[in-house]
Design a protein around this ligand. Structure first.
Ligand SMILES: Nc1ncnc2c1ncn2[C@@H]1O[C@H](COP(=O)(O)OP(=O)(O)OP(=O)(O)O)[C@@H](O)[C@H]1O
Ligand code: SF4
Ligand SMILES: [Mg+2]
Length: 306
């Protein structure tokens, strides 16, 4: 349904006392993947690795500097759900107008059909259907995220990009929202790009997981395979901070330490070099290419496997 090829996005740094105007933040450095119908691609990585930039580049909110985004069929709709359901709902609008907004924008319904469609959508996301005349402040965080989900699916999108959809919610509510997303995927045949910094959540939700570091995808695999046989040292570290991981913990016991990557002054070679517990001189020579692992759909960029 979606083919993303070599997406690059660099943000110009404002000229200041310590920087020239030529400097750039290398937020995305050539990201590629494909997404099939009714599938979920999970994207995981720490804060600042480029997850939201990738989402916005795909949606065209922040167009990429280069690379391509190809939809098949070409008229496939894309919608998104963002992290904070408090900020993403207009406090002055009634819920029935919020939840049907993309349908109205696309000319799919008339004004007279708003109430009926809102009832249908509210039921679909597990809220009482007669709550359409309420305002966002009358809802809890979890209920607001349900409204955001209802709004996202209202225009029958083929793809929904979920950017940290549960990280602002209470832990007790998170699994309800995740399961709602899975239920809707089953019912409506939606494909998701599911973004989170919590690898356990991404493993739970996804058909394929891609691990991002410093604007690169460094490893991709099915969740069971990634969990059992992580290849990239960064993935191993991410998994070692998840409890009960087992055998890999012995080798990579430490937490992810060291400086967060400098996205402005780019050093040659592997972007993970400065924090990698198993780096060698070779790693400074060039960026390792994405190479397949033993299992199908498992690939990794690391000199250990080249
Ligand atoms: N509009 C912008 N202008 C300048 N720099 C930006 C802009 N948006 C993002 N960046 C920078 O690009 C890098 C990637 O940011 P991004 O928001 O994509 O990360 P993220 O992985 O979504 O992080 P988080 O988990 O905190 O949401 C960061 O260094 C960020 O400061
Ligand atoms: S290429 Fe080298 S520095 Fe990079 S992750 Fe692999 S071993 Fe570590
Ligand atoms: Mg983000």
């Amino acid at each position: 349904m979606l083919t993303v090829k070599d997406l690059v996005k660099h943000f110009p740094l404002k000229a200041g006392r310590f920087s020239s105007s030529e400097e750039k933040i290398h937020a995305l450095n050539g990201v590629s993947f494909t997404l099939g119908k009714k599938k979920t691609l999970g994207i995981v990585g720490e804060s600042g690795c480029g997850k939201s930039t990738l989402a916005k580049a795909i949606l065209g909110i922040k167009p990429p500097d280069s690379g391509s985004v190809l939809l098949s069929p070409a008229d496939t709709r894309m919608q998104y759900i963002f992290q904070d359901p408090y900020l993403s709902l207009d406090p002055k609008m009634q819920v029935k107008d919020i939840i049907t907004e993309p349908m109205r924008a696309a000319g799919m319904i008339t004004k007279r059909e708003v109430a009926r469609e809102a009832e249908r959508l509210l039921e679909l996301v597990g809220l009482p259907k007669d709550w359409g005349t309420k305002y966002p402040h009358e809802f809890s965080g979890g209920q607001r995220q349900r409204i955001c989900i209802g709004r996202a699916i209202s225009s029958r999108p083929g793809i929904v990009i979920c950017d940290e959809p549960v990280s602002s919610l209470d832990v007790s509510i998170q699994s309800q929202i995740l399961n709602l997303l899975l239920e809707l995927q089953e019912k409506l045949e939606i494909s998701y790009i599911f973004i989170a910094h919590n690898i356990a959540v991404v493993l739970y939700m996804s058909d394929i997981v891609s691990v991002m570091y410093a604007g690169y995808i460094v490893e991709s695999a099915a969740p069971q395979e990634l969990y059992a046989n992580p290849m990239h040292p960064y993935t191993r570290l991410l998994l070692s901070v998840v409890p009960e991981i087992g055998k890999n913990k012995r080798i990579f016991e430490q937490k992810i330490t060291g400086e967060v990557p400098d996205l402005i002054h780019i050093e040659p070679g592997c972007p993970f070099y400065s924090r990698c517990p198993v780096h060698s001189d070779k790693c400074r020579t060039a960026i390792p290419q994405l190479k397949p692992g033993e299992k199908e759909d498992h690939s990794c960029t690391c000199w250990l496997y080249q």
